[in-house]
Design a protein around this ligand. Structure first.
Ligand SMILES: Cc1cc2nc3c(=O)[nH]c(=O)nc-3n(C[C@H](O)[C@H](O)[C@H](O)COP(=O)(O)OP(=O)(O)OC[C@H]3O[C@@H](n4cnc5c(N)ncnc54)[C@H](O)[C@@H]3O)c2cc1C
Length: 323
């Protein structure tokens, strides 16, 4: 019996946010006495396998079949279930990313497992805490099934650190292919900016930006800070930015060192995706905007005036510090 953590890959590398699932497995291991293993499915690079082998796991299962090179939920489910059965997993865990949210309910269904999603705390081997209603309610859930499937809210657990000991590496073959779906093409937004969920600075724009032609104001501030650009749902729904920029309950969860909200009112569904940020700055012309209740620093101002000024000042500071 053991715990299985499914690590997520991006361009062959381990996605740092998935290391929070390893920390969750460590906590579960302490509470249950079970050892944990990690799984790499897809096309992991040698350095990803090396990294995974220094996470304190007993074993690293590597499954790199050609048909798993590109993610499809059905084929990944087959691989995860096979590794879970091989390793006698009583728990299967991943981070609650878009991939984790897509994959893990299928894994749970196939294994006949109970599932708790986006957990924020491990109380004991069967009891977990999770947010409900955009984080306004914290539910305590108990899973009574023999096998338990969990997704972990990435911002609620630290990322697991490298250990010196090395895990055993096992190659796993999965020949079964789901024929009902075929990967055709991946069209990725290429950006020089860091990934939204990994960035240490996030600048997000809301409806206050008024239209897509003004987003460059926020982009300039984002780039001078070396951050990632995010958006409220209002901006995404209006088609001013693509869907993968959305921060919030139905978007991405971020917890950067610095979160700057520009023209965002601070609806609970938005706050649910950024409230774990270390320092929140809000610029909004309405002093009553709810975003100010959670902001560490707030500026009541017209963003069209304040943001270019702020960007210029930061640029100057940067130039001075560079000599
Ligand atoms: C089930 C559900 C899920 C949802 N999920 C999400 C989610 O994941 N993410 C999310 O963001 N929302 C989500 N929403 C929507 C959410 O309720 C809000 O409607 C949305 O966040 C509002 O976006 P906003 O703050 O950009 O717009 P608004 O609420 O319209 O706020 C715009 C703000 O801009 C300010 N402003 C206007 N002009 C200026 C100016 N010139 N300078 C400075 N400030 C200015 C205004 O004072 C105002 O506060 C969800 C809603 C539901 C029901």
């Amino acid at each position: 019996m053991s715990i299985l953590v499914v690590l997520e890959l991006k361009d062959g590398k381990v996605k740092p946010v998935s290391l929070s699932a390893v920390t969750c497995a460590k906590l579960l291991s302490q509470k249950t006495g079970l050892l944990y293993n990690v799984a790499l499915i897809g096309a992991p690079s040698d350095s990803a396998v090396e990294e995974a082998s220094h996470l304190g796991a007993q074993k690293v299962f590597v499954c790199s079949e050609e048909h798993l090179k590109h993610y499809t939920a059905e084929n990944f489910k087959i691989a995860v279930v096979k590794i879970a059965e091989l390793s006698g997993a009583k728990y299967v865990i991943s981070v609650a990313s878009s991939l984790g949210k897509d994959l893990m309910p299928r894994v749970a269904a196939k294994l006949g497992a109970g599932m708790a999603s986006e957990i924020i705390e491990v109380i004991d081997g069967e009891t977990f805490k999770r947010n409900m209603y955009a984080g306004t309610v914290i539910a305590t859930v108990r899973l009574k099934s023999d096998i338990k499937v969990l997704t972990v809210k990435g911002t609620a657990f630290e990322k697991a650190e490298k250990v010196s000991s090395k895990s055993e590496i096992h190659k796993v073959e999965v020949k079964e292919v789901f024929e009902g779906k075929r990967f055709v093409e991946l069209r990725e937004t290429k950006s020089a900016r860091p990934e939204l969920t990994e960035a240490s600075v996030v600048v997000s724009v809301g409806r206050g930006i008024k239209g897509p032609e003004n987003i460059k104001i926020a982009e300039e501030l984002t780039d001078v800070l070396g951050g990632a650009l995010g958006a409220s749902r209002a901006v995404v729904d209006a088609g001013w930015l693509p869907n993968d920029y959305q921060v919030g309950q139905t978007g991405k969860t971020v917890a950067p060192q610095l979160y700057i909200a520009l023209g965002i009112s601070g609806a609970i569904q938005h706050v649910a995706g950024m409230k774990d940020s270390k320092f929140v700055v809000a610029i909004n012309k309405d002093p009553e905007a709810p975003i100010f209740q959670i902001a560490d620093a707030g500026l009541v101002a017209d963003l069209f005036q304040a943001v270019p000024e702020l960007t210029q000042k930061l640029k100057k500071l940067k130039e001075q510090s560079m000599g």
